[in-house]
Design a protein around this ligand. Sequence first.
Ligand SMILES: C[S@@+](CC[C@H](N)C(=O)[O-])C[C@H]1O[C@@H](n2cnc3c(N)ncnc32)[C@H](O)[C@@H]1O
Length: 309
Amino acid sequence: MYTGGPMRWVAKAMIQKGISTLPRGEAVNYAIQRRVTRTLPVPDNRLLLRVDVALNHVRHYAEHGGGSLESARAFELGAGWELIGPMTLWMAGVERQLLVDVEPHVRLPLINHTLERFARLHGEIEARAGRELRRVPTAPLESLADLERRFGIVYEAPRDARDTGMEAGSFDLITSTWVLQHVPRADIAAILHESARLLSPGGVISHSIDMQDMFAFADPRISVWNFLRYGDRTWGLFNSALHFQNRLRARDYLELFREAGLELVVERPYVPDDVSALEALDLADRFKRDYAFEDLMPTTLLAAARHPR
Ligand SMILES: C[S@@+](CC[C@H](N)C(=O)[O-])C[C@H]1O[C@@H](n2cnc3c(N)ncnc32)[C@H](O)[C@@H]1O
């Protein structure tokens, strides 16, 4: 067991708790991410990971959807800061996208930075897609209206994906990238029910979920399964609204898809080659009791679904 002083991730968790109680927590968090931790903009390798996820969303629609990408009405929930996924969808041919977020994170300088990077990385992104893609024009956006005019992308925040108030059957491709792991279970159920209502016949819902303990990225001394050591009460001391982590496993998400009346067409949990850190972990009782060891192993999940025919 580690005994050499306070763990870096615990300090990080406490700072996040503090920020989440501030009245302008979102703005403070943004300033810290840009100027202190420098986690925004994300480095190129993280940008390309998001591009890969978005290309998977596109493939899911091509393989399981009922129409062309060009005519698809796309909806992304939890759009975040940089709009990397939506720009990838645009490159792939999607003409109409609505993005929503409960927090208005988007900022024009970050989007303009994304445009420049997409231009620079065009060849790399095409290689990953395995086909030709539209070239992103780099002229800076001056307003969100430009985003709609040039890319057909409408951004609405704050808007809650649990209850959008939009018409049933409005969308053909509904996606999220690295969102659901930050949402409590009951809210995911509400989001999936609402998504099932918004989905057109022949439409596809595609979600990418990162189930790793995010604190492992700030502290090399813990593994991506570390949070499974803690019972719910102790975990509640570390978990904050700012970067809430629900700790659900792949099995739980697949169950939630089914409960929403969706037919799963893609189930791709990813298990790292080396799970020795999980084997060595002193699991909290509830993870020992309620899950088989194999259920705890996957670190990411890519899942897509449609309405049962
Ligand atoms: C970790 S960020 C992911 C951002 C982006 N998709 C990406 O790949 O960088 C999760 C986002 O989901 C949003 N979110 C959480 N719950 C939501 C909900 N019920 N409706 C809409 N957005 C939500 C958060 O505000 C946050 O911007």
